[in-house]
Design a protein around this ligand. Structure first.
Ligand SMILES: C[S@@+](CC[C@H](N)C(=O)[O-])C[C@H]1O[C@@H](n2cnc3c(N)ncnc32)[C@H](O)[C@@H]1O
Length: 209
């Protein structure tokens, strides 16, 4: 297996010592992208937030710093990511403001209409069935609740060559902004909007239930 594929597999599901190391590294490496993406939405202080594919948990911590009167739940299907994210958020967990759960996006334990905001940073690529998994995210979101998806790989002329190497190595959900709109509206979301950071190849899409 090529080194690129090995690293990408670890991004898809961090595992073992290297996976935990990578989850910590992503806390640092994704910091700029996360900050940029979060600037695209208004987050009320009393909102309950679900962060899907929370990795090392830095975004959960950041969200808890914004939604100061709400609760933030981070989920990840990797037990090693959960260990790192719990450590990162230990104080907030003890205060009852954060929970980190080992959970896959495709079938979540939550009741219908629980969260005011669902976020996914660099995670949607790896969901096993993007359209159906979005239906599950839609189910657990409140009426008028928001969804924010942020990433550094989407179909666009400037970065297609760079991204295609990654897509070919791992096989992942790789969409244009227009394709995001189609899928999200097809699942039942409205008020779609998108932001692009063309110098870096970043995208953020948001919509409402
Ligand atoms: C590239 S990492 C991004 C982590 C973090 N959001 C960040 O920005 O640093 C992708 C994360 O999504 C998680 N993930 C991938 N597919 C998932 C799924 N189906 N359900 C839950 N988590 C998933 C992986 O385990 C991994 O921790």
């Amino acid at each position: 297996m090529s080194l690129l594929k090995r690293i990408l597999n670890q991004c898809k599901k961090p595992s073992g010592r290297f996976g935990r190391f990578l989850a910590k590294g992503m806390n640092l490496g994704h910091s700029g992208l996360t900050k940029w993406g979060l600037g695209f939405i208004d987050i009320a202080s009393d909102i309950d937030v679900l962060d899907i594919g929370c990795g090392g948990g830095r975004t959960v911590e950041r969200l808890a710093g914004i939604a100061t009167d709400g609760k933030v739940i981070g989920i990840d299907y990797s037990s090693d990511a959960v260990v790192v994210a719990r450590k990162k958020n230990r104080m907030l967990i003890n205060e009852g403001r954060v929970e980190i759960l080992q959970e896959a996006v495709s079938s979540m334990r939550f009741s219908d209409g629980v969260f005011g905001l669902a976020t996914a940073f660099e995670s949607h690529y790896f969901w096993p069935d993007f359209r159906n998994d979005l239906k599950e995210v839609h189910r657990v979101t409140k009426e008028n609740g928001q969804l924010l998806i942020v990433g550094a790989a989407y179909k666009n002329k400037k970065y297609d060559r760079r991204n295609q190497r990654i897509v070919d190595a791992i096989g992942m959900t790789y969409l244009s902004i227009e394709e995001f709109r189609e899928v999200l509206e097809g699942v039942g979301y409205s008020e779609f909007d998108a932001l692009e950071e063309t110098n870096k190849g970043w995208f953020a899409v948001k919509c409402k239930k």
